[in-house]
Design a protein around this ligand. Structure first.
Ligand SMILES: [Zn+2]
Length: 173
């Protein structure tokens, strides 16, 4: 008969032994904490595949009872898998720090690009405003005026911009 791995008590918790293969009594269960699978994945940077071979207990989601049961894994077993994958728990911590740093740097880069795009848009707007200003400052005769004219070939009434024709004429000669 198995006995508690901490105090050698004979009254071990059945579901722990069945799920995790760990013999522990109810008093010593606190030394063998569990962690939800989703929490384990983010905490130790592991995938479903990494954790597939670990046993689990099912626990009803405390906040959303209608949700499917949470899979609870044994922290010590999750850490073993994490060490196998990343080399050490310190390496997991370093990798997490690196990812946070990358995320922040990415955010800073995106923000800088946004600021630059806004500056360019402002320059374009200023240039357009200046061009419009120059345009309306031109003598009345040269202002863009939409005018109706009848096409002599088709007899249809059309619209044209007087200065465009003027400009085209100038360029042709
Ligand atoms: Zn015990």
């Amino acid at each position: 008969m198995a006995s508690c791995c901490h105090c050698r008590s004979q009254s071990i918790v059945q579901d722990y032994e069945q799920a995790f293969g760990v013999a522990v009594c109810s008093a010593c269960r606190k030394y063998e904490p569990t962690i939800s699978k989703s929490n384990a994945k983010s905490t130790y940077l592991l995938s479903d595949a990494d954790l597939a071979r670990l046993g689990h207990l099912e626990r009803q989601n405390p906040r959303h009872k209608e949700f499917s049961a949470m899979k609870m894994l044994l922290v010590s077993q999750v850490e073993e898998v994490a060490v196998q994958k990343h080399g050490s728990l310190a390496a997991v911590a370093e990798e997490k720090q690196r990812r946070v740093k990358d995320k922040i740097e990415g955010r800073v880069r995106r923000r800088a690009a946004e600021v630059q795009a806004a500056a360019v848009a402002q320059q374009v707007a200023a240039r357009v405003a200046a061009a419009v200003g120059r345009h309306s400052a031109q003598p009345a005769g040269q202002q863009a005026q939409e005018e109706d004219f009848v096409d002599p070939e088709t007899g249809k009434r059309q619209k044209r911009f007087a200065p465009e024709y003027a400009a085209a004429d100038v360029e042709e000669f």
